[in-house]
Design a protein around this ligand. Structure first.
Ligand code: MTE
Ligand code: MO
Length: 383
């Protein structure tokens, strides 16, 4: 493995692991803007960042259960209708550090910023698959349990030096409404190396692990991908399962991410001046479910007040689909009186009325994924 040609990165990122490079922005910087600048977007890697020298010769090969395999160059992908989809990407390991405080878990530690919201520009996967004769919106009976596998060029130790890979159901891949993209732009600019240059998959509403970067191969396969990150990682186990009694085959790979929120305006612990305190952060849910409500408590959970929500700045979020980005987070904010030291809590409710679990202990799992417990920060009244 070779880490001598990594791209430059913003100095204010908090580095959780250097090789492979895993870093997140400070939480105070994260919820300042609805669209996360790519500099500040968390970076989650399992190997060195690949180098594409000759973009003219770069291609993606589509094969597997198709009549004729096809090799697509960037020009073939750029010629397809271009979509800009605003979507939140969240690592399943977001907030892992807090989970490991109850009991040790395996994995890179993350605070609350292994999440970001970007405008991804590219072709829809369903349009790309049509080029090899796979029709859109075909019924599930015709597809069976087929999956679309995405294979990268990076080298990961978990794959014994092989490439990172993952898959999604073919039924989702061929649904135009699922907005699965092969993205070559992020926030209106050419995708940068850290985020998958020249081409990555973006699967909105699904844990980040399925949005394969540096795409090289697309395979239509009979069942889900058998790679490490689908079979031996990113699965949700109950608190009773530990490394001595784990049976990976008993669980399905995690796809949609659950309802989540975090306070970003305050660190745990923060010193505040008694009086009006602004509490703000993000809330997001998977599967295209919007955020129905964000509740805040400033008395440790005895009483709750509702925060205001927005996506575009200054516009109250309604979440009815007409003026909202269905795959994107909402930013929440409330200013309230706090006069003494206390614990502030945030919890979100999504459009299916799913609520975040209260205690991290109840959702503890050995890999430390999906910590969506109520987010708590302690504040000390000072001067
Ligand atoms: N794709 C490749 N090829 N290699 C990787 O290590 N990491 C995955 C996913 N795609 C990964 C990958 C994980 S776990 C996450 S959370 C997201 O990419 C992170 O995307 P980002 O670095 O652009 O934020
Ligand atoms: Mo991830």
């Amino acid at each position: 493995s070779d880490y001598s040609r990594e791209p430059p990165r913003h100095p204010s990122l908090k580095i959780n692991s250097k090789e492979p490079f895993n870093a997140e922005p400070p939480r105070s910087a994260l919820a300042c803007s609805y669209i996360t600048p790519s500099d500040f977007f968390y970076k989650r890697n399992h190997g060195p960042i690949p180098i594409v020298e000759d973009i003219e010769r770069y291609s993606v090969k589509i094969s597997g259960l198709v009549e004729n395999s096809k090799q697509l160059f960037m020009k073939d992908i750029r010629i397809l209708p271009k979509y800009n989809v605003t979507a939140t990407l969240q690592c399943a390991g977001n907030r892992r550090t807090a989970m490991s405080k109850t009991r040790t878990v395996k994995g890179v530690g993350w605070d609350v910023s292994a999440i970001g919201n970007a405008v991804w520009g590219g072709a829809k996967l369903c349009d790309v698959l049509e080029l090899v004769g796979i029709p859109k919106l075909t019924s599930s009976t015709q597809f069976g349990g087929k999956h679309v596998e995405f294979v990268s060029v990076d080298k990961c130790k978990e794959e014994k030096g092989g490439p990172y890979k993952a898959s999604i159901p073919l039924i989702q891949a061929t649904n135009p409404e699922a907005d699965v993209l092969l993205a070559y732009e992020m926030n209106g600019e050419t995708l940068n190396r850290d985020h998958g240059y020249p081409l990555r998959v973006v699967v909105p509403g699904v844990i980040g692990a399925r949005s394969v970067k540096w795409l090289e191969d697309i395979n239509i396969i009979e069942q889900e991908c058998q790679g490490f990150f689908m079979q031996k990682d990113y699965k949700m186990f109950p608190p009773s399962v530990d490394w001595d009694n784990i049976d990976w085959s008993t669980r399905r790979p995690q796809m949609d991410f659950p309802v989540q929120c975090a306070i970003c305006s305050l660190e745990d612990v923060s010193t505040i001046k008694p009086g009006k305190v602004k509490i703000s952060g993000y809330a997001a849910s998977g599967g295209g479910r919007g955020i129905e409500r964000v509740d805040i408590s400033v008395d440790g959970g005895k009483s709750w007040i509702e925060a205001s929500r927005c996506q575009k700045s200054g516009v109250q979020y309604i979440g009815d689909g007409s003026d909202s980005d269905k795959w994107a987070w909402v930013l929440f904010e409330i200013t309230t009186d706090i006069h003494q030291s206390t614990e502030i809590i945030a919890k979100a409710i999504d459009s299916a009325a799913n609520v975040q679990p209260e205690k991290v202990e109840d959702i503890w799992n050995l890999r430390g994924i999906l910590n969506t417990s109520w987010h708590r920060v302690k504040v000390q009244a000072g001067h």
